[in-house]
Design a protein around this ligand. Structure first.
Ligand code: AMP
Ligand code: ZN
Length: 487
């Protein structure tokens, strides 16, 4: 097998992927905060990591993929300010916080299913790991990197930064970070401007709170990922991922916590997906520019001209490399739909291609180019260009302008199945199981009857069969060697 290179945010280089304990791979991805519907930006990140998961599986690894559900501790300000997002929503809707969590978790899983994302191996929740989070906070205090202040536990960033590279993940200068943070005003409980909470003292009206050695409180946002990744993947595992927006704070703090807790940087490879943007701006709920998957599928949104199949949207996302920004627009989606149909048509035509003794094309080289692209940091954009080349070859063979042997046609089947269906996770509706095979056979039977009617000079029957098949949505192409068809 050829080596797989992945871009590692931590070293800012593409590095050959070497599993710690092959064939096993541990991968942790930061999951959604289940206080509202997931928007398409969130979906891009989860689709990108589904691609990573699928490709590792395709390469023969046995992957334990852990993606958490954040159901407590994520405050409105992404730091230590504001209300807990879930508690706030529960108060507004006069519901139990766990009703909010349940409703949005169910919705999230349904959206992931619609996008054909494989379910992770483990989907742990922050509220299910309160004890583990408290234990980590306790150990960090014991190790001297955290302190209690009025029932809240803060991580001492300045102390940590004297011994470790706190900004290793982003390469930013600590002084620049300090400059961007407001001065403490004497009212603050924390000692340093960059200190962040591991455990937060709860006010009596706070809905989700737990008993601890430091009084009633709830966990900080970053510590849940340290607790759940360590519990299920160990102190040092293979891949940690999330959206690029998580690197400067959430992941930077997670690395600091793990080092302070057990002396280990948690993951060998840190992978970050770039943002889905709208007119160049990050798609985000708080900016009010977010689209929900169901709005896109139904087309019910004032900025959309129509609805799109979830597979077209998935294809649209994967046509761009995961580390590039992707701008969302009607035009871009329409272009993706046309391209998707072109590949789909070619894939269907492939089934009816007639083999020749000689080939004019190098399909093995095309397959190699697909692997080369995927092994180059999962470059789906370049890989898909190869699939379009395959589509061109299929169409030109169908038109009699080039020729393929049976082995080439079979290899093209393998290429489409591997790269488009298994690795990119694109599902074609009529390829679902037996129904597609039956449909295929029925059209062949009708076309045989039509050919027989023609041979018997029963043109009335042959025309009738043709017209009825066309009306039913079957495109028929008559050639010297017989008829081919697509839907
Ligand atoms: P959240 O529910 O806000 O914690 O986000 C869940 C995941 O979606 C995180 O990995 C974020 O980095 C990611 N994310 C949020 N907005 C976008 C966006 N516009 N494009 C891509 N990923 C995003
Ligand atoms: Zn996380």
């Amino acid at each position: 097998m050829q080596p797989l290179f992945l871009y590692n945010t931590l070293t800012r280089k593409k590095e050959e992927f070497k599993a710690i304990n092959p064939p096993y791979v541990g991968m942790y991805v930061c999951g959604p905060t289940v206080y509202s519907d997931v928007h398409l930006g969130n979906c891009r990140t989860f689709i990108s990591f589904d691609l990573v998961y699928r490709y590792l599986l395709h390469c023969g690894y046995k992957v334990r993929y852990v993606r958490n559900i954040t159901d407590a501790g994520h405050l409105e300000g992404d730091g230590d300010v504001g209300e807990d997002k879930i508690s706030k929503r529960a108060k507004l809707q006069q519901l139990e916080p766990m009703e909010i969590v349940q409703a949005y978790t169910v919705d999230f899983r349904e959206v992931m299913r619609q996008f054909n994302n494989l379910p992770p191996s483990i989907e742990p929740t922050a509220t299910g790991h309160i004890i583990e989070q408290q234990e980590i906070a306790e150990t960090i205090i014991k190790n001297g990197y955290a302190y209690e202040s009025n029932g809240t536990i803060y991580f001492d960033v300045e102390k940590f930064a004297k011994e470790h590279n706190y900004t290793a993940l982003t390469g930013r200068k600590l002084e620049d970070l300090l400059e961007g943070t407001r001065d403490l005003d004497g009212q603050d409980e924390k000692r340093g401007r960059l200190d962040f909470a591991l455990w937060i003292k709860a006010k009596p009206e706070h809905l989700m709170q737990w008993r601890s050695a430091w009084g009633q409180g709830f966990p900080g946002w970053h510590i849940e990922c340290s607790a759940m990744s360590t519990k299920y993947l160990g102190a040092h595992f293979d891949i940690h991922g999330g959206g690029m927006d998580l690197a400067p704070t959430h992941h930077t703090n997670e690395i600091a916590q793990n080092l302070a807790y057990c002396g280990k940087q948690p993951a060998n490879y840190w992978m970050h997906t770039n943002m889905l943007t709208v007119n160049g701006q990050k798609m985000s709920k708080s900016l009010g520019n977010s689209f929900l998957p169901r709005e896109l599928f139904s087309g019910i949104h004032h900025l959309l001209t129509k609805g799109y199949n979830p597979m077209v949207v998935r294809f649209f996302m994967l046509q761009t490399h995961y580390r590039s920004t992707l701008d969302f627009s009607n035009d871009a989606l329409n272009a993706a739909e046309t391209a998707f149909d072109r590949l789909h048509d070619a894939y269907k035509t492939l089934r009816t291609l007639k083999a020749s003794d000689k080939s004019t094309e190098d399909i093995a080289a095309l397959q190699k180019a697909c692997y080369d692209a995927m092994n180059d940091d999962l470059n789906t954009s370049v890989m898909m260009a190869q699939l379009f080349d395959a589509a061109r070859i299929i169409n030109s063979t169908n038109d009699g302008k080039s020729s393929l042997t049976r082995a080439d046609i079979d290899l093209l089947h393998v290429i489409f199945q591997n790269f488009l269906v298994d690795i990119c996770g694109v599902k074609f509706e009529e390829d679902n199981g037996e129904a597609a095979t039956v449909l295929h056979n029925v059209v062949d039977v009708l076309l045989d009857m039509r050919a027989k009617a023609k041979a018997d000079k029963n043109f009335q029957l042959s025309d009738e069969l043709r017209n009825k098949l066309v009306a039913a949505g079957v495109k028929i192409k008559d050639g010297k060697e017989g008829s081919t068809w697509t839907i």
